[in-house]
Design a protein around this ligand. Structure first.
Ligand SMILES: Cc1ncc(COP(=O)(O)O)c(C=O)c1O
Length: 470
C-alpha cells in the first residue's frame, strides 16, 4: 500500500490543471444523430433513458457503473484468467487486494453490488428489524425490505437541501440514530447501513469524525456497522481535502482507516474499482461470514468465483490498486469539477457542493411550473437527450418508488437529474458539449410540460417505467 500523496503534474506546482495520469491507446467511435432520430428513439423508449439503445446515444452519462475504461494492465490481466470452477488463483489475488486495501478479513466475490446487498440483507436482517442508513439507495433499500427490514433515513438534514454548502452532507445524524435506538431498542436494529459517498444525496461524503463517532455509538449498543464501499475512494478524496489532519495522508491510507471503523462492507466494483462487472462482500465476523459463504453458492456461484469469471476477478484486483492512487482520484474528480464550474458560471441550478461522481441538476428549480407528480427530473433527462443525444438519469420521485406499506409514491425532497461521469472515458471537449447542452435546455425551460407514467413495474420502477408527454 502506498502512503505517498501523488498530485497531478499541474497540482504539484499549485496550478489549476488536473490532467489525467494516462494517455489514450484505443478509441471507440460515437454515433451522431439528428433531432428527428432522437425524437423517434425517445418515443420508442417511453421517455425513459434506461430504455434507449446505446447506439442512439452520443455522450452516455447515464451511470458511472460498469462504464469505466480499463487500463492496459487490466486488459492484460484478463489473459491471466484462471477459469477453474474452484480455487481460481484470481480469487486469491482479489481476496488479497480487498484485505490489503480495505482491511477486511473474509471476502466473497459477487456478480455486482446488488448480489452482495442480497447476501448481507438475507443473513443480517431478521423480519421486522429496522435498518437505519444515511439516505436510501434504490437496490440497497429494496434488498433490505425484501429481507423483512424497515429502512429508516438517519442522514443529516442538510443532505436534503441542494443548496446547503456543508462539507460532509453524507454524515449520519447521531441524534436521529440514538432516538431510533431509544424508541425501538438495539435488539430491533439489524445494523447501520452507511454509504460513502452518498449517491442519492448528490455524491456527498461522510467525514472521518462521523464514522468514528458512529462506530463508538454502535459499539456501545452492540449494533453492527456495515459500509457500502462503492465510492469510498471518492469519499477519501473529500476527507483529504476538507478534514483537518488528513491533507498529508494518501487516499489509500484514508480509505483503510475509514473501513477500520466498520464491521464489513459490500461493494459494487463497477464504480471505484474500474471494472465493467464485479463486486464483493467482506466481513470480519466469522460466524456471519460462514452464513454468507453458504448462501453465495445458492445465488451467485461457488465462494471462490461468486458469479464472475476468473479474468473478471483479476481485472478487479488490478482495478482496486489503480483506484487507490491519488493522481487517479484527483483527475477523476477534477473532470467532474471542470463540468460543474462551467455550469455554475452559467447559473445552472444543481446540488452543491458538487460530489465525486456526477453533477446532479436540480429539476425543481429548472421547472418550477411542474408538480413532482409530473416528473420534472424525468422530463429534464428527456429534454437533454432530445437536445444533443446526452443520456442522463432521473433521481427523484420515479427512483424513490412507492412506500412498501401504504403503496403511495415516496416524494423525496430532492428531485434531481444525474449527469454521471464514467471514469477515464470522456474528454474535456465532451464536457464542453454537455455544458452547452444543459445551458440550452435551461434557456428553454419555460416551455417544458412534464410527463405522465403509463407503465410501472413492481420493483425498481425507474429502470423500466414508460412515460408519455403531458
Ligand atoms: C451506492 C450504490 N450502492 C450499490 C449499488 C448497486 O450496485 P450494482 O449496480 O453493481 O448492483 C450502486 C449502483 O449503482 C450504488 O451506486
Amino acid at each position: 500500500m502506498t502512503d505517498t500523496v501523488h498530485k497531478t503534474m499541474g497540482q504539484q506546482s499549485g496550478r489549476r490543471s488536473w490532467a489525467e495520469p494516462w494517455k489514450i491507446k484505443m478509441v471507440e467511435p460515437l454515433t451522431m444523430t439528428r433531432r428527428e432520430d432522437r425524437e423517434r428513439a425517445l418515443t420508442e423508449a417511453g421517455y425513459n433513458t434506461f430504455l434507449l439503445r446505446s447506439d442512439d446515444v452520443y455522450i452516455d452519462l447515464l451511470t458511472d457503473s460498469g462504464t469505466s475504461a480499463m487500463s492496459d494492465r487490466q486488459w492484460a490481466g484478463l489473459m491471466l484468467g484462471d477459469e477453474a470452477y474452484a480455487g481460481s488463483r484470481n480469487f486469491y489475488r482479489l481476496e488479497q487486494a480487498v484485505q490489503s486495501w480495505y482491511g477486511y478479513q473474509y471476502v466473497v466475490p459477487t456478480h455486482q453490488g446488488r448480489g452482495a446487498e442480497h447476501l448481507i440483507s438475507q443473513t443480517a436482517i431478521r423480519k421486522g428489524q429496522y435498518v437505519p442508513g444515511n439516505m436510501y439507495f434504490t437496490t440497497t433499500r429494496l434488498h433490505q425490505e425484501l429481507a423483512g427490514g424497515i429502512f429508516v433515513d438517519v442522514i443529516v438534514d442538510a443532505a436534503h437541501d441542494p443548496s446547503d454548502l456543508s462539507p460532509f452532507k453524507g454524515d449520519v445524524d447521531l441524534a436521529k440514530l440514538e432516538q431510533l435506538i431509544r424508541e425501538q431498542g438495539a435488539d430491533n436494529i439489524a445494523y447501520v447501513s452507511l454509504a460513502a459517498t452518498v449517491n442519492m444525496a448528490g455524491g456527498q461524503p461522510v467525514s472521518m469524525a462521523n464514522v468514528k463517532a458512529l462506530h463508538e455509538l454502535c459499539r456501545r449498543h452492540g449494533i453492527k456497522l456495515f459500509l457500502d464501499a462503492t465510492r469510498l475512494v471518492e469519499n477519501a478524496f473529500f476527507i483529504q481535502e476538507r478534514e483537518a489532519g488528513y491533507q498529508d495522508k494518501s487516499i489509500a491510507a484514508i480509505s483503510r482507516e475509514f473501513c477500520s471503523y466498520t464491521d464489513g462492507a459490500w461493494m459494487s466494483a463497477k464504480k471505484d474499482s474500474l471494472v465493467n462487472i464485479g463486486g464483493w462482500l467482506a466481513l470480519n465476523d466469522w460466524p456471519l461470514f460462514e452464513e454468507v459463504r453458504n448462501l453465495v453458492v445458492v445465488y451467485e456461484g461457488l465462494h471462490t468465483y461468486g458469479g464472475l469469471a476468473g479474468r473478471d476477478m483479476e481485472a478487479m484486483a488490478i482495478g482496486i490498486e489503480e483506484s487507490m492512487q491519488d493522481d487517479h482520484v484527483r483527475s477523476r474528480i477534477g473532470q467532474v469539477r471542470y463540468l460543474a464550474q462551467l455550469l455554475e458560471d452559467w447559473g445552472i441550478p444543481m446540488v452543491m457542493p458538487v460530489g465525486g461522481h456526477a453533477i446532479f441538476l436540480d429539476a425543481r428549480r429548472f421547472y418550477p411550473q411542474l408538480a413532482q407528480g409530473e416528473f420534472p427530473a424525468q422530463t429534464l433527462a428527456a429534454e437533454l437527450y432530445l437536445d444533443s443525444g446526452i443520456r442522463s438519469m432521473e433521481r427523484g420521485v420515479v427512483s424513490a418508488g412507492r412506500d412498501a406499506s401504504t403503496g403511495d409514491h415516496h416524494y423525496p425532497k430532492l428531485e434531481l437529474t444525474r449527469l454521471t461521469i464514467p471514469r477515464r472515458v470522456y474528454t474535456q471537449a465532451h464536457m464542453d458539449v454537455v455544458a452547452e447542452s444543459v445551458k440550452a435546455v435551461f434557456d428553454a425551460r419555460a416551455a417544458a410540460r412534464g410527463l405522465k407514467m403509463v407503465y410501472e413495474p413492481k420493483y425498481l420502477r425507474f429502470f423500466q417505467a414508460r412515460f408519455e408527454p403531458l
